[in-house]
Design a protein around this ligand. Structure first.
Ligand code: IMP
Ligand code: MG
Length: 182
């Protein structure tokens, strides 16, 4: 068991074993839904990098891999609502591709809804998969197609998710102590 600093980490919310089981379950569903499609999995950097790596290794159908880097958060914990694309998919034609955008967490919903609309203009089909969803915080009407866990309105870190670039390498999804950011 990983040793957490209790000054920074309030509690483990979802442990690595539960995440592993959920990732397998999501992969089975994606395998069956995309069996006769041209699956292109799009990892949203950086937050989804661990989830994305685990998910693609559990997919058994052929899949292509792309990454995008987008941000709507600055350095703090409040969404600005502006989508900034700093890495785009470098392909001329996505019209025969079935994109599955893989994100770490949906909060206000702004990042993923804007990214999905942006890609829908270029790709055959676009769906979204998120490890975590905080529906209480939603500000736009948006529902992911695949979701690992619904989480309460608390700031979480670990398994790829950060607070100011820290805590991404923690093995579990943890609640960050409010002392760290207040
Ligand atoms: P949204 O546009 O408000 O849905 O914000 C989604 C993005 O905000 C995610 O991709 C994360 O990078 C970041 N984010 C939202 N909530 C959290 C959290 O609890 N921990 C870490 N990052 C978060
Ligand atoms: Mg993110």
């Amino acid at each position: 068991m990983y040793k957490y600093n209790s000054e920074e980490i309030e509690k483990v919310l979802i442990d690595s074993g539960r995440i592993e089981n959920k990732v397998r379950e999501l992969a089975r569903q994606i395998d069956s839904d995309y069996a006769d499609k041209r699956l292109v999995m799009v990892g949203v950097l950086k937050g989804s990098f661990i989830f994305f790596g685990d998910l693609v290794r559990n997919i058994t159908i052929p899949a292509e891999i792309e990454f995008m880097k987008v941000s709507s958060y600055g350095a703090g914990t409040v969404s600005s609502g502006n989508l900034k694309i700093s890495l785009d998919i470098m392909r001329d034609d996505l019209s025969d591709c079935d994109l599955l955008i893989v994100e770490d967490i949906i909060d206000s919903g702004r990042t993923l809804s804007k990214l999905a609309s942006f890609l829908k203009e270029r790709a055959g089909t676009v769906r979204t998969c998120t490890l975590l969803d905080k529906p209480e915080r939603r500000e736009v009407d948006f529902m992911p197609d695949y979701c690992g866990f619904v989480v309460p309105d608390e700031f979480v870190v670990g398994y790829g998710l950060d607070y100011r670039e820290k805590y991404r390498t923690l093995p579990d999804v943890c609640v960050l102590s409010p002392k760290v950011y207040s």
